[in-house]
Design a protein around this ligand. Sequence first.
Ligand SMILES: CC(C)(COP(=O)(O)OP(=O)(O)OC[C@H]1O[C@@H](n2cnc3c(N)ncnc32)[C@H](O)[C@@H]1OP(=O)(O)O)[C@@H](O)C(=O)NCCC(=O)NCCS
Length: 170
Amino acid sequence: MSVGSPVVIRPERAGDEPAVRRVLDDAFAGPEEGQLVGRLRANGDVVLSLVALDDGRIVGYVAWPRLWIQTPRDQYKAIAMAPLAVDPSHQRRGIGSALTREGLARLRALGESIVFVLGDPVYYRRFGFTVEAAAGYVSSYAGAHFMALKLNEGAQSEGRVQYPAAFDAA
Ligand SMILES: CC(C)(COP(=O)(O)OP(=O)(O)OC[C@H]1O[C@@H](n2cnc3c(N)ncnc32)[C@H](O)[C@@H]1OP(=O)(O)O)[C@@H](O)C(=O)NCCC(=O)NCCS
């Protein structure tokens, strides 16, 4: 990050894909997350995706795909947070946090009720995600790294968390 050029966060737009792919490949040291994003985009599963720019260059990315909470009677909308990535040369400067906080604010404004994430609780609890908030849901990802954050009181409180098919091939 150069002095005097604050990082800009904005929604992803057409044409960003190659730069986003580079950030994903470099941050995760492999193609899997970039391939996942390709499948999510192709299937129309992405509710929100943001990029972080430093001096006009994309150095961070986060996607928020649609999830569903299934109950025997109904299904309810939810959101996943995946993947989150910051270019290795720009990590630990607050960019991942800025992407996360901006995304959560936008999702709240959109009326979304609950966000699930799979990751390191040490990192995600600073945004309000907890393992406890996810404990009432059934999921193949359930465990010590499966967290949730309720954005409003209307969140469905139990059921099976269904990830989109794009995650199956991951
Ligand atoms: C995780 C990631 C997005 C964080 O982005 P970032 O811009 O470096 O994060 P921030 O600068 O906002 O936050 C840095 C803080 O998070 C902590 N942190 C960073 N990565 C962490 C990790 N994997 N686990 C736990 N803590 C982590 C740092 O110690 C630092 O804490 P501090 O503020 O108490 O010093 C980035 O490191 C990354 O792209 N990693 C590779 C891809 C990845 O693992 N993505 C998450 C998948 S769940």
